[in-house]
Write a protein that binds this ligand. Structure first.
Ligand code: UDX
Length: 436
């Protein structure tokens, strides 16, 4: 099938390459000349395992191309909209400028019977607002949200847990759902759940899923706060409650909390949208989740300050991690980088290392010191702070080896990812989040 993908950021670039990898002819379109030039050469403009391989394969097979020319969308049977919906400057609501521009830019190139499939995360009600324009052009609008996780984006796109299609009622909607089934034929063949629903439900599935995940993380972090004043251990608590299959252990990782380009902005946009709809109170708890989440960053800073006897002024602090999570170079709303910046603000000499995110971090926070080599970063540290649970720190850093590099054997584990007894056994003072 011939497909176009409008917007070649995280979502769109991965979607375009993944669709080519399952046999479609795909054109990726974006207004960013540099991004398109990079993608056209098979180079991913961001770190995502497996993406460059499928980009290169797609381009070499002739099935995948990239352009800044919207006219190239003409002739595709399905046009995916994968542009960003960032948090509005000075507010909580989602900024729909790019979604509107993508749809308006596409309209002149639509043919009768085309499908326009929105993938971006949008406030509920957006598809219903866009539909008249698309339908007037003879095409059908569907909302087909994306659930990919950074670091697993290729796998999540090619082999998702479920597919959701919000379609208009009637035969047009039925046909659109059938076309999407054809697009996602390998998943359909595997009997991946394919949920056909209305626009509002499809839009809500995405934000509800993210709100639920954020709530799960903040819930366990709230328990960490209680653990801190009672001497309990939140990791054991999470293990114990996680054995209940109704609860499950995943996303009960207490630490410095969630960040990234999705969860924080999506729960804020959801709150803002609910308020617009007169149902702010229904999701008022999300404000609390956001607040708990941000408090954990304060707590990490407090642990470091206390560990150094009440002041970090002119102390050498090595921060292990900058990305908002491992397997990513993304520093958007990164709790890791936020903790580092705050320590620097308190007068510490902060040295940051990260396997993938240094370049991005340096661009935004040039005032901090960055070191590529982990061991070099550790040399002379008065305290070590783990803020992103990369394998390089979690499994590959021996406490005995690290002890030989630092000035003071103090480690603050902002992700509860280290073996506390092994570090203590090697002579370190270990502090976790919500752990005695
Ligand atoms: C998330 C959703 O998982 C994905 O389905 C959606 O499409 C986009 O948003 P992503 O932002 O890539 O994906 O990251 P995710 O793996 O969900 O992690 C989000 C944040 O939560 C990270 O900062 C991570 O460190 C943190 N986290 C995750 C915890 O603090 N504890 C956990 O137990 C799990």
């Amino acid at each position: 099938m011939r497909l176009s993908v409008i917007g070649c950021g995280y979502l769109g670039a991965v979607h375009a390459a993944a669709m080519a990898s399952i046999g479609h002819d795909v054109v990726g379109i974006d207004v960013d000349v540099r991004k398109i030039a990079s993608l056209a050469q098979g180079r991913a403009p961001f770190f995502e395992p497996g993406l460059e391989e499928i980009l290169t394969q797609g381009i070499e097979s002739g099935r995948l191309s990239f352009t800044t020319d919207m006219a190239q969308a003409a002739g595709a049977a399905v046009h995916f909209i994968g542009v960003g919906t960032p948090q509005q400057a000075g507010g909580y609501a989602a900024d729909l400028t790019y979604v509107n521009a993508a749809v308006d830019g596409l309209l002149p190139y639509l043919s009768e019977g085309d499908i326009v499939a929105g993938k971006s995360t949008v406030p509920v009600g957006t598809a219903a607002t866009l539909a008249p324009r698309v339908h007037e052009a003879g095409a059908t609008l569907v909302w087909n949200p994306e659930f990919l996780r950074e670091g697993w984006a290729v796998q999540d796109t090619i082999d998702p847990d479920r597919l959701v299609a919000g379609v208009p009622s009637g035969s047009k909607g039925d046909r659109a759902a059938d076309v999407l089934r054809e697009v996602y034929h390998p998943s359909v063949a595997k009997e991946t759940p394919f949920i056909v629903t209305d626009y509002a439900t499809a839009e809500l599935v995405k934000v509800a899923a993210n709100a639920f995940l954020a709530t799960k993380i903040s819930f366990i972090n709230a328990m960490a706060e209680i653990a801190e004043v009672t001497g309990a251990d939140v990791t054991q608590l999470a293990d114990a409650i996680g054995h209940d299959a109704r609860i499950g252990r995943r996303f009960l990782g207490a630490g410095i909390g969630f960040g990234g380009g999705c969860l924080p902005k999506d729960i804020r946009a959801f709150s803002a949208r609910a308020e617009e709809l007169g149902r702010g109170e229904s999701v008022a708890f999300l404000r609390e989740m956001d607040a708990i989440n941000l408090r954990r960053r304060d707590r990490a800073v407090e642990l470091v300050v206390n560990a150094l006897g009440g002041s970090v002024f002119k102390k050498n602090i090595t921060v292990l991690g900058a990305a908002f999570k491992p397997h990513s170079d993304d520093i958007r709303d990164s709790p890791a980088l936020d903790v580092a910046v705050r320590l620097h603000g308190l007068g510490a000499w902060v040295t940051i290392t990260d396997p993938a995110a240094i370049e991005n971090a340096r661009r935004i926070h040039p005032q901090l010191a960055y070191v590529e080599d982990r061991d070099e970063a550790l040399r002379g540290a008065d305290v070590v702070v783990v803020v992103t649970e990369w394998d390089e720190y979690r499994h590959q850093l021996s406490p005995h080896h690290a002890a030989g590099l630092v000035n003071g054997r103090i480690i603050v584990d902002g992700r509860n990812c280290l073996d506390a007894s092994a570090w203590r056994g090697a002579g370190w003072t270990y502090y976790g989040m919500g752990r005695p």
